[in-house]
Design a protein around this ligand. Structure first.
Ligand SMILES: *[C@@H]1O[C@H](CO)[C@@H](O)[C@H](O)[C@H]1NC(C)=O
Ligand SMILES: *[C@@H]1O[C@H](CO)[C@@H](O)[C@H](O)[C@H]1NC(C)=O
Length: 319
């Protein structure tokens, strides 16, 4: 019964996604979903329209055979070529591959195609608020993955394996307490990682390509971040670690960091060379203009030399 409800829900979402005008779908949260407009992601474009709707609505039952789209006829392929500019749904594989997973994406554990359960638009997979308790298998070309407000507890080493185009992962508001050490390490294009509002105790190894990290409101504590965890991230410009009971500022900070948010932690002190270089007074850390240390037991007045190289004083207790 649960399966059937999901199937119907999935169909409604899929059909709605296909019939609604594309810009409307994408703009429902323009601030975070802007990335989907990246027009360089032109996949094997399957026209949004009659052919697809028929293919999907023709299914009378939840049988797997019927969920797998039939191979395209020559006529349909011609149509595809004519409508190259229409944004297509994610196709989990190219037609050359023998393992044809089709427009609905790979099958989940419950033998259910990911793109019926979630909504796939171009290279973006939206699985927000779908009662998921694990990461669903994702289409090979997924670049942006949103799975916020679910019940995912663990991220496994294979969840994102071989997703070489993946650029953004957003798992805000799940129940994640455990992440396999190499779950993210081998993702060559990962830029943005958002894991805020979970129960993470230990941060795994992260790819150095990251530009934006938000792990706020987790349980990292004193030991959750490894030594020099962010050192080699030359492009990292936002590091948000608020509400984690951290005991110290993670060092060294990468040179291009612009924003460091550490409010509501348990940071008691810092060194004079946390940000600056006390031996070299000509050194300027010009990128770092947004440091938040409010909500920590630290007394910023104790280290007056520590801010000399910064464009702005950190926000926090100066008395
Ligand atoms: C001091 O810092 C400046 C600017 O980063 C650098 O050019 C210079 O080489 C440094 N001097 C020494 C002695 O490290
Ligand atoms: C903070 O440090 C300054 C300088 O050491 C000191 O004068 C001040 O009393 C301290 N404030 C608190 C609340 O401990």
């Amino acid at each position: 019964m649960k399966m059937l409800t999901r199937l119907v829900l999935g169909l409604v979402i899929l059909v709605a996604a296909m019939t609604a005008p594309t810009p409307e779908i994408i703009n429902y949260d323009s601030e975070t979903y802007d990335a989907t407009l990246d027009s360089s992601y032109s996949y094997e474009n399957i026209p949004i329209g009659k052919a697809e709707v028929e293919r999907v609505t023709v299914m009378p039952s939840g049988s797997r055979e019927l969920l797998t789209p039939a191979p395209q006829s020559e006529e349909m392929q011609e149509e595809d070529e004519e409508e190259e500019s229409t944004p297509g749904l994610v196709d989990g594989s190219s037609p050359q591959e023998t393992e044809f997973t089709g427009v609905l994406g790979p099958h989940t554990n419950e033998d259910f195609p990911t793109c019926l359960l979630c909504t796939c638009i171009s290279a973006t997979v939206y699985c927000d608020d779908r009662e998921l308790d694990a990461i669903p298998p994702l289409p090979r070309n997924t670049a942006y993955f949103y799975s916020r407000f679910n019940r995912i507890k663990k991220i496994n080493r294979n969840d994102f394996a071989s997703l070489n185009d993946l650029k953004r992962i957003d798992l805000t508001s799940n129940l994640i307490s455990e992440i396999d050490e190499d779950a993210f390490r081998k993702l060559p294009r990962l830029r943005e990682l958002v894991l805020r509002d979970n129960k993470i105790r230990q941060l795994p190894e992260l790819p150095t390509t990251l530009t934006f990290i938000d792990i706020s409101n987790n349980r990292l504590g004193r030991k959750g971040i490894k030594q020099e965890a962010f050192k080699d991230m030359y492009d990292l410009h936002h590091l948000y670690l608020t509400d984690n009971n951290l005991g110290h500022i993670p060092l060294p900070l990468p040179e291009n960091l612009r924003a460091l948010h550490l409010q509501n932690n348990n940071i008691l002190e810092m060194h004079e060379d946390t940000f600056c270089n006390v031996k070299n007074l000509t050194y300027i850390r010009k990128a770092l203009e947004d440091i938040r240390l409010d909500g920590n037991p630290i007394n910023l007045s104790k280290t007056p030399q520590a801010y000399m190289c910064l464009p702005r004083l950190p926000i926090g207790s100066l008395v």
